[in-house]
Design a protein around this ligand. Sequence first.
Ligand code: UDP
Length: 265
Amino acid sequence: MRGDEQPASVRGPGIPAQVQILRFPVHDLPLPELVGLVQSWARAGRGRLHQIVTLNPEMVMAARRLPEFRATIEQADLVTADGVGIVLAARLLGRPLRGRITGVDLVEALAAAGDPELALFLLGAAPGVAERAARRLAARSPGCRIAGTWAGSPQPEESGEALARIAAARPAVLLVAYGAPAQELWIARHRRELERAGVVLAVGVGGAFDYLAGVVPRAPRPLRRLGLEWLYRLVRQPWRWRRQLALPRFAALVLREWVTQRLRG
Ligand code: UDP
């Protein structure tokens, strides 16, 4: 085993080994395995909350500045490679991953599992968007159970209402679309309440409801395969340019680590 990997037993049963990308953990597992893991969490009982983070380079750069966000990522039960930048960095640094798992892929796969134990609650996005996304998911995956939807807001004064709705709906899975890092921090700050509400998995899903509801089109598949989703998003949503400045900075850090590795031999 390489020095930068951890044995699966470190985090619990079924959790795959992790690699480190710029000192952030990333777990290497395919989507079907991840869904199986969530099903096993749900079957093990409703007393323990698990958090999944779908990591992209913008989040890495933000977490380098925000200690609370870094701690949330480090303490997550699973961190998947979301952005293609993470996958490329892993390959360059000699720790290749089997693929990426985005928030929207994860939501679709959980719905498609059609597992009655995996009732979903969709929290976040603009008013009405979560409902539309839920309707589309239910139409596409008839076995999928929707426990509830609520737009809410990451503002602390609005948490009470969202938590009360979640507690009443008792979902096994909470999908939070407040954008990173607000969604990950919201989950981490409300761990106890979510556990009491019986939530087994909470995960930040970024713009997933916008895609599912058809409010924002997803990049065409060939562009996604080429790893150019970021370019499509930049053209469709030019206000993203400032956030995307993180991408070249991330690339520079990865290159620096690559050079350091080579010099060390
Ligand atoms: N959002 C929200 N409340 C906020 C800020 C954002 O509900 O205060 C939602 C927004 O409507 C969108 C999602 O959070 O549905 C974030 O989308 P974005 O594409 O920015 O996320 P990314 O995938 O880039 O993290």
